[in-house]
Write a protein that binds this ligand. Structure first.
Ligand code: 5GP
Ligand code: ZN
Length: 118
């Protein structure tokens, strides 16, 4: 049997996470290895392995993830100073969990471009 997807397990409540928001489409929780003072992940409740798997009908879902990120940025106190939102797609981009997730990071200054390092 295939190993269950970690993020599907979090959505289903079978693996613990520090969930900050959940509705019928998305779940948001604190990253277990935060790279900024605030680092949350917004994920679709439905399993989508990578951004390359998106279909045209997924556009409202992706929009909803970003609008959720905006609400959370206000709630978590990172809206005023600014925050970064990132989807890593594929190995070279640093994707390690194969269920799409929007990283929301804030609470510190970040360099651009995000290389070398982060
Ligand atoms: P990626 O590298 O795929 O863009 O991001 C995966 C993120 O998931 C990483 O930032 C990693 O710290 C986070 N992560 C991995 N496993 C867990 C877990 O079990 N719980 C939580 N909350 N975050 C996780
Ligand atoms: Zn999944």
């Amino acid at each position: 049997m295939n190993k269950p997807c970690l993020f599907c397990e979090i959505v289903a409540g079978r693996i613990d996470a520090d969930i900050v928001y959940q509705d019928d489409q998305v779940t948001a929780f604190h990253d277990i290895h935060p790279q900024a003072p605030v680092h949350v992940l917004v994920i679709p409740n439905r399993h989508i392995p990578t951004m390359l798997d998106l279909e045209p009908e997924d556009a409202p879902l992706i929009g909803h993830m970003h609008v959720t990120a905006k609400h959370l940025a206000h709630e978590l106190g990172i809206a005023d100073n600014g925050y970064r939102s990132i989807f890593n797609c594929g190995t070279a981009a640093g994707q390690t969990v194969w269920h799409i997730h929007l990283h929301i990071m804030g609470g510190r200054s970040m360099g651009w471009p995000p290389w070398p390092g982060n």
